[in-house]
Design a protein around this ligand. Sequence first.
Ligand code: FES
Length: 532
Amino acid sequence: MVPVSTLLAGASFVALAALNVVVMLEASRPSCTGKAKSRLIAIHRIGGYLFAILLCIMVWIMSQRLIGVGVSKLPADVLHVAIALVLVPLLGLKILIARRYKHLHSLLMPLGLAIFAATFLLVSLPVLSQALRSASPDGIGSRVALVLAVVLSLFLCGLAVRRREKQQRNGAPDSLGAPPVPVAGTRSTNPQEVTTGPMTLLLAQIEQQTHDTKTFRFLVPRERRFQARPGQFLTFHWVVEGKRVPRSYTISSSPTHSNYVEITSKSVNGGCVSNFLNNQAKLGLTVEASGPHGNFYLDEMVHRRIVLIAAGSGITPMISIIRHIDELRLPIIVTLLYCVRTRKDIIFEAELERLRDSVPNFNFVVSLFQPDDTWRGQRGHLTREFIFEHVNDMDTPTFFLCGPEGFMENARQILISAGVDESRITEESFGESSRPADSSQVVGRAAPTIEFVRSKKICESPNGATLLDVAEANGVQIPYGCRQGQCGTCATRVLCGTVRMDTDAGLSVDQKKAGYVLPCVSRAEGNVVVDG
Ligand code: FES
């Protein structure tokens, strides 16, 4: 008979190996992100160490049994020892890759499965051999074993059928399948397939990131084939206190997930939407959104080495880019320089640590400009010295900048003075609204008028209002998308008068020549006539 202690040790050995495999599978689910992923990886690490300890104990028990007998007694014993010996290098290799060779992390899953299979064989072989030796064909044990085998087979068939039905219902692989991967550098030419028009999103998850920042996960409708590039944004049309308020938010999740998008919002003093989101938004909230928009994104066909320079909430497009690189295992060299005020303001801290372990060529440095005495890392604002200390190659990378305008201007000046060509600098600003209302307009002076020719309306333009604001307030239809001067959807021709645009990024050269402006970021300087 096999001693009970050996049986227990064997059962825990197999259970631990199975647990490690399940934890690894769960952590690799595309929907598993942030803290949940970090927690699962920590559990997997502890499970791995326990497994190594148990393996040592099992090998010791086995060696005690074989002392004086040798391994030639029975073929089963020889096989048993052989499997135990195979486990040792497999486990050693897995630990080595996990700790030292990040670029081979894709091998961890097959290695884990091989270890689980070997463990199962190692433990079940002597138990099965003992059971067969003592079993009688007509005994109750044989009948119970037969029934159990049939039940297990039926259960596995049922699981397979259910999974297939689910795939057919969804029209896509479930989360254990490979995540849908956008084709790099291409866009569908069929507007029915990929569209940036409005869609209704459902708030399904809220995750606290820092004391004043939360991440919101929205489910994308099944019929919508949603494709974004890492770094792009969506324009949401929130309803706050009965008023429709448009705001753009960068997608912080990886765009490899076409069934959901995440945005990360920091509560801002007086910020209408950010405070609504952080303090009032509840699961089940629906919101209309359009997009994705924006030219600030990673193109894996072009970018081989990138430096991401971010401040505060400017980390959101950067985290999307790094997650994308991680999930598609892209061979891109990434450096992130991230500036924040204090330690408690570091957004995605745990996720960045996880990504440092997971992405082979990723390094990041956080600099605090109001650190406390316990902070041992980088201190101070973004400086030339800081950049040069952590970026050893200034000649080849593309630089992505995102943060408040002053921060980006400073970063840009440093890069240009260091000889970085403008074509290798790409920028994204953020904030609750586009530029603030123009305070230079004199209060008391007669407000300029805007004539919308095709709508046959002449409207007053209040101080600071954009052409789009005025059009909406007066029932004039101008299509729009980002409301940040990026997507070009609102482009409209000015027939007479002058407007001041915050940015013309969304206009082509031909449109500029033809007198088009972007009403979402344009304000009238005197009376104007537009073709709206
Ligand atoms: S709405 Fe996108 S540029 Fe105006």
